[in-house]
Write a protein that binds this ligand. Structure first.
Ligand code: BG6
Length: 478
């Protein structure tokens, strides 16, 4: 279903995110017929160039990013015709009257801040001052949303000076992933899971986001962030919220976000002994973290594993183990929900009975499997084995249905539709920082060095011990 007509201004329109994600995403939506003909996309960036030159840049980006099967000359041409450009100075006056003139009345207006957070305030102020963004306009902001609680509060306050919370769309692209949205469908669209979804029946939950890439090329940013700020405070926290939250009364932005916020607020402070920080060393043909970050003495973590407690009625006593890292053995994002063993075994000891395990594979090989204990076929008495009830989306739904839109496609269309459900509310981001800050402050105070781990491994051995000491173990990566 096509969205309404819109004017979308992308500040940072020539930047990396615009080239890799935003514009290719918009093109794919256009090609699918979701973007109406009278929509307009205005790139805005510091350098002056003609709209023609910008279109040529975007054409190059589409060629580079999209495989040939995902584009065709005719629709690329038609898409490029929707593009315009304005050279603008975010901190001065240049270009603003020009932009003001380009905006049309009577269509949805959205402004995408795909720029460094230091410029958010300048952009907000100028959009307001030049009367470009009215009370209905939507503002989209990228992560990182702050560096800690104080800076996130400053950003929120700066935006709030000119815009209402209902106008602000804070992106966490994990929420745009189909498989992440599916977490809510699985939990709240089935009767099967929800009655068991609590400490009484769930032994523990594991959330893994492992990547094979290093931080090369982004070292300057990453070295000031580390895995805690780059991944845990946002993406892993959002996954944790979707697994742990109470059922909202409606699938409506505030109902969903209220419940997520309660989870974050119920998190206990992390005990120092419940965190393992790692940093990758050089591999056979990959540089070390310190080389990638160009900081020979860096204490920043590229891996983190931790045990968390959600202290509320539903989860007390059921730990959540989180881990994420760069340069790991395989690229895997998945959630494992390990149920408890049945309370009493009617079979003899040693039959092989174990606990059910639900694995939700977010990427790759998107799908889920549930291990179920059955009788091992054969005459040998009651021997039990675990078999997976395995559902791979591509198999269950067909390759085409499983060829899901990229997270950005979904999120940008939601901005135009005015649906904030998959965006973070200001208080949610602040609560996540309020929980993160003391953990980082404790490392800084101790000048703690991360443990070095081999590139292409599953992280430091201490991360395995974190679970072993509780009589549990991580699911294998890769
Ligand atoms: C980004 C982080 O937000 O998410 C990156 O800054 C990380 O460090 C990326 O690589 C992971 O996203 P995805 O979609 O590839 O899992």
């Amino acid at each position: 279903i096509p969205v309404e007509a819109f004017d979308l201004v992308i500040f940072g329109g020539t930047g990396d995110l615009a080239r890799r994600k935003i514009l290719p995403g918009l093109y794919r939506r256009f090609r699918d017929g979701q973007i109406p003909d009278d929509a307009r996309i205005v790139g805005a960036a510091r350098s002056d160039m003609s709209a023609e030159a910008y279109r040529a840049q975007v054409a190059d980006a589409l060629n580079e990013v999209l495989p040939a099967s995902k584009r065709d000359a005719e629709s690329v041409e038609a898409f490029l015709a929707r593009l315009d450009y304005v050279g603008i100075d975010a901190t001065g006056t240049h270009g603003w009257p020009d932009l003001s003139q380009k905006m049309r009345a009577g269509v949805v207006q959205a402004f995408y801040f795909s720029v460094a957070p230091a410029l958010f305030g300048d952009l907000a102020k100028r959009l307001h001052k030049h009367k470009i963004a009215g009370p209905e306009a939507r503002i989209v902001v990228e992560k990182p949303f702050g560096h800690d609680l104080a800076s996130a509060r400053d950003l929120n306050a700066m935006l709030a000076r000119h815009f209402d919370e209902q106008q602000i769309y804070r992106i966490d692209h994990y929420l745009g992933k189909e498989t992440v949205q599916n977490l809510m469908a699985v939990r709240f669209g089935n009767l099967l899971f929800e009655p068991l979804w609590r400490n009484q029946y769930i032994d523990h939950v594991q959330i893994t986001v492992a990547e094979t890439v290093g931080v090369g090329g982004r070292g300057a940013y990453y070295d000031k962030s580390g895995a805690m700020r780059d991944m845990v405070q946002n993406h892993l926290m959002q996954l944790l919220c979707l697994i742990a939250m109470e059922p909202p009364a409606k699938f409506d932005p505030d109902a969903v976000r209220d419940e997520k916020l309660k989870v974050i607020r119920a998190l206990d402070p992390v005990e120092p002994g419940d965190v393992v920080r790692g940093q990758y060393r050089a591999g056979a043909d990959t540089p070390s973290y310190r080389d990638d970050a160009e900081n020979p003495a860096s204490r920043t973590e590229s891996f983190i594993a931790m045990k968390l407690h959600v202290s509320n009625w539903r989860w007390n006593g059921t730990p959540f183990y989180l881990r994420t890292g760069k340069r790991m053995k395989a690229r895997v994002s998945e959630i494992v929900v390990r149920f408890k063993e049945p309370p009493h075994s009617i079979f003899e000891e040693d039959t092989g009975q174990s606990a059910n395990e639900l694995t939700i594979r977010l990427q790759p090989n998107e799908g889920m499997d549930l291990t179920v204990t059955i009788k091992e076929p054969g005459p040998g008495g009651m021997r039990l084995i675990d078999v997976p009830l395995d559902m791979t989306f591509a198999e269950a739904l067909g390759e085409e249905a499983a060829d899901v839109p990229d997270a950005y496609e979904r999120l940008i269309m939601d901005v135009i539709r005015g649906n904030q459900t998959l965006f973070m509310r200001g208080d949610e981001v602040e609560a996540a920082w309020a929980w993160t800050d003391p953990v980082i402050a404790a490392w800084d105070a101790r000048e703690e060095k991360p443990i070095s781990y081999e590139a292409g491994s599953t992280g430091p051995e201490e991360a395995l011990i974190l679970m072993h000491r509780d009589g549990r173990r991580w699911r294998e990566i890769g």
